[in-house]
Write a new protein. Structure first.
Length: 133
C-alpha cells in the first residue's frame, strides 16, 4: 500500500511539473517588446495629426497612443493613414477625437507604443544563429 501511495504522489508531482512548465512556456511566448516615442497630437477641424515622429517607424505596425488628461492616463488604438501633411501624420480614432473635443484640447503631448517584436521570436532567432555557427 505504501508503494502505491508513493507512486501516486510521484505521478501527481510529475503532472504538476509538466503543467508548470507548459504555463511558463505560454507566458514566455506572450511577452512582447515595445518602442515608445513622444509625439504631439494636434486636432484641427475634424482631423487629428501627430507630429515629431517618422512615418516609417509606425507604418504597418500595431500602434497605441497614450494621453494623460486630467491626471488620467488613457490608451487609444489608432489607425494611421499613409498621409503626411505639413501638420503631421494623419491618424483616425473616434474615441480620441471625442476625448479631445470633450476636454477642449487642440494640442497635447502623448506617447506612442509600437510593438517591436515578440520575445519568443528573439529567442528563436538566437537559437537559430547559434546552431548555424
Amino acid at each position: 500500500m505504501k508503494i502505491l501511495k508513493n507512486n501516486f504522489a510521484n505521478f501527481i508531482l510529475i503532472i504538476l511539473l509538466l503543467i508548470s512548465f507548459a504555463l511558463f512556456l505560454f507566458f514566455i511566448t506572450q511577452l512582447r517588446t515595445y518602442d515608445y516615442f513622444a509625439v504631439i497630437v494636434k486636432k484641427e477641424r475634424d482631423e487629428i495629426y501627430i507630429s515629431n515622429i517618422n512615418l516609417d517607424k509606425i507604418l504597418d505596425k500595431k500602434v497605441n497612443l497614450f494621453i494623460n488628461v486630467n491626471d488620467k492616463l488613457s490608451r487609444y488604438e489608432i489607425l494611421i493613414d499613409n498621409k503626411l501633411t505639413e501638420d503631421g501624420i494623419l491618424i483616425r480614432s473616434l474615441p480620441l477625437m471625442n476625448s479631445l473635443e470633450k476636454n477642449n484640447i487642440y494640442s497635447i503631448q502623448a506617447y506612442i507604443s509600437v510593438e517591436k517584436e515578440i520575445f519568443m521570436t528573439r529567442i528563436l532567432n538566437l537559437i537559430k544563429t547559434i546552431t548555424n555557427n
